[in-house]
Each structure stands twice: as structure tokens, then as C-alpha cells.
Ligand binder design. Sequence first.
Ligand code: TYD
Length: 134
Amino acid sequence: MFTKPQLLQLPKIVDPRGNLSFFESPRQLPFEIARTYWIYDVPGGEIRGSHAFKEQQEFIVALSGSFDVVLHDGNEEIKFSLNRSYYGVFIPKMYWRRMENFSTNALALIVSDKHFDEQDYIRDFEEFKLLKNG
Ligand code: TYD
């Protein structure tokens, strides 16, 4: 089980008919998937996210186009630029995250180990830092 954010390279089955990639748990993904959602039609310059989760873990893939996943651990930021559909970012619980710099036609696929629960969100950055750093 990863405790830090990770860029994971996914299998890529190269084929003249078109390439294919996949992930499944537990082989590529360190959790069982409970929910899948996707973000699309993002206008230029918009930012999604800007929150953390108390318990939920996520895995984000740029199925199309590109965007940045910026994570904050309470002390410093780390940025993952996604622009290939055979890479994804694993985000453990308790990382502040935002998604930005979306290209035209970017499609973000996000899988989570939890069902949707507004109570699991931390939407205040100061509260996040207090909880994270004790
Ligand atoms: P939110 O997670 O706040 O979006 P962002 O990616 O910008 O952080 O979700 C936006 C809205 O969509 C919010 O009202 C909750 C709702 N929502 C669901 O109902 N189910 C879901 O699985 C998700 C991710 C969001």
C-alpha cells in the first residue's frame, strides 16, 4: 500500500489497430474501486478540486489531452503533469489537491475507493493543514 503520491505507469498494448491500456486492482491499483467519475469540457484557465479527503484515495488518468494534478502535503507542493493515457497519479488520503492547466478536450478519469460522501471532504486549506500537521 502506497502512503505517498505516485505516478504509476500502466500497461500499454501497442497494436496497429489502436493501442490499449488498462488498470485493475490489486495489480496496478493499490485499492478496490468503489466509484468512477470524469471531468470534461473544462473551460480554459479553470481549476477543479481544491480540497482534500479524510479517507478517500484516488487514482487520476488523463484519458485525453493534458492537465496538471497539484498536491500539497501540508508543507510543500508537488506537481504531476499528465499528458499520456498510460500514466496515472495515485493520491493517498489527506493530500490537498487541485487540477489545473487543462488542455482543450482534456478528459480526466478518476477512480476512488469510496462512494461519494460530502463528509469526507476538507474544503478549507487552513483546516487541512491543522489536521495534517497536528
Ligand atoms: P467536487 O468533488 O467538489 O468537484 P471538484 O472536482 O471541483 O472538486 O464535486 C462537484 C459537485 O459534484 C459537488 O456538488 C458534489 C458532486 N459530486 C457527486 O455528486 N458525486 C461525485 O462522485 C462527485 C465527485 C461529485
